[in-house]
Design a protein around this ligand. Structure first.
Ligand code: APR
Ligand code: PHB
Length: 389
């Protein structure tokens, strides 16, 4: 089989790239290790930058999102007995859009299936060959047979545990990593959100976040120990702990209910450089991870896809390699700023095991400065709504 772009992975990165290329008449084959239902079963964040929404529009998959999303003009931050708002709309002219990653991925799957273009599920043993030559190809097993897919370019959209990043020789690649000494215990419930804006809480018992998926579905998180088992947290214990970390008036009106999903996510900052090796391009979680504080995971994937998509169109339509030649440099320049922002939000809002009294005073001073200073709020708002592509 032959295609123009072999896309490894049918997460948001791979599906969005496939759909954008399809609209430009560029042929792609998507290879996915799991099934569609498995991919849709993963619960992830749901705060989109306006730049992401524009990319979804360009891909022709924004209709349901525009009907069902919630527009947020700001967010709230609490610490101790204090709480304040950051007004994104006032500070930057832009809101953020709340729409769950599961729904967005479902829209991308539906759009891909409607085009009749292939997604090959349940593939095993994917290997990328000749990425540093003019004739790359991908081999894999599916339906009990070995296959070979020839292509012009390979997009490695296969997440943190995929094969694409590992294909780049260790002598070329450099990884940068920071692992945080705690996790987030998340609960999804069919209860109305406690607030119409997200509330990020720095409490002496640890971080908490009140988020949502819709007017009837909430998503809450509490900082927890990495050794905790989500099954040993009963719903009652979770709600009880959450109430102790969020502002009192929010705790009083919190509507609790049965959890429909409960899981623990570790927190990590990670970047692998370069993001291009010959004809192989890494996108999204395959190249970088951010801790979830600040909701940049999905949004950093989108900016990679933006740069790669435009580079590939420039190459296929005009035989001009300028965009793909600068892909790694442009993507990384934006990624590192999102890494900085996510690391800063994480540091500002969590309790760390080794934190001294001095460290706690610094955290509090930073929160107070943010509450009082419009310039500091502007910096936070510009990063939260998304830096320009
Ligand atoms: N072969 C084929 N597919 C693979 C392989 C492989 N060897 N390894 C992984 N995959 C698939 C996974 O099953 C998954 O469906 O690649 C996909 C990668 O998807 P994500 O992990 O969601 O990564 P990405 O699309 O870059 O999404 C970035 O969305 O999922 C969130 O946390 C993620 O917020 C981040 C953003
Ligand atoms: C979520 O809704 O899951 C969410 C929102 C904001 C974050 C992280 C997660 O910073």
């Amino acid at each position: 089989m032959r295609t123009q772009v072999a896309i490894i992975g049918a997460g948001p990165s791979g599906l969005l790239l496939a759909q954008l290329l399809h609209r430009k008449g560029i042929d792609a084959v998507v290879l996915e290790r799991k099934t569609r239902d498995y991919v849709l079963g993963r619960i992830r964040a749901g705060v989109l930058e306006v730049g992401f929404v524009e990319l979804m529009r360009e891909a022709g998959v924004a209709d349901r999102m525009e009907r069902e999303c919630l527009i947020h003009d700001g967010t709230r931050i609490s610490y101790g007995d204090e709480q304040f708002g950051i007004d994104f709309k006032d500070l930057t002219g832009k809101p953020v859009v709340v729409y769950g990653q599961t729904e967005l991925t479902r829209d991308l799957f539906d759009a891909r299936e409607a085009t009749g273009a292939p997604i090959i599920y349940n593939v095993e043993g994917v290997e990328i060959h000749g990425a540093d030559s003019d004739a790359p190809y991908v081999t894999y097993r599916a339906d009990g047979a070995d296959h070979r897919l020839e292509c012009d370019y390979v997009a490695g959209c296969d997440g943190f545990h995929g094969v694409s990043r590992q294909t780049i020789p260790a002598s070329v690649r450099r990884d940068y990593e920071k692992v945080y000494p705690f996790g987030w215990l998340g609960v999804l419930s069919d209860t109305p959100p406690v607030s119409d804006e997200l509330i990020y809480c720095n409490s002496e018992r640890g971080f908490a976040l009140c988020s949502m998926r819709s007017e009837t579905r909430s998503r809450y998180y509490i900082q927890c120990s990495l050794s905790d088992d989500p099954n040993s947290w009963s719903d009652a214990a979770f709600w009880d702990e959450l109430k102790r970390r969020i502002p009192g008036e929010a705790a009083d009106r919190l509507v609790t209910g049965a959890s429909i999903e409960k899981s623990i996510a570790p927190l990590r900052s990670f970047v692998s450089e370069p993001m291009r090796w010959g004809r192989l391009f890494l996108c999204g979680d395959a190249a970088h991870i951010v801790p979830p504080t600040g909701a940049k995971g999905l949004n950093t994937a989108a900016s990679d896809i933006h740069y790669l998509y435009h580079g590939l169109v420039q190459m296929f339509e005009d035989r001009d390699s300028e965009g793909i030649d600068h892909y790694s440099e442009r993507a990384l320049a934006r990624i590192w700023k999102a890494e900085r922002f996510s690391w800063w939000m994480t540091t500002l809002l969590h309790r760390f095991p080794e934190q001294s009294d001095f460290d706690l005073k610094m955290q509090r001073a930073e929160l107070e400065f943010l509450r009082e200073n419009r310039a500091a709020q502007m910096v936070m708002a510009q990063n939260y709504v998304g830096l320009p592509y």
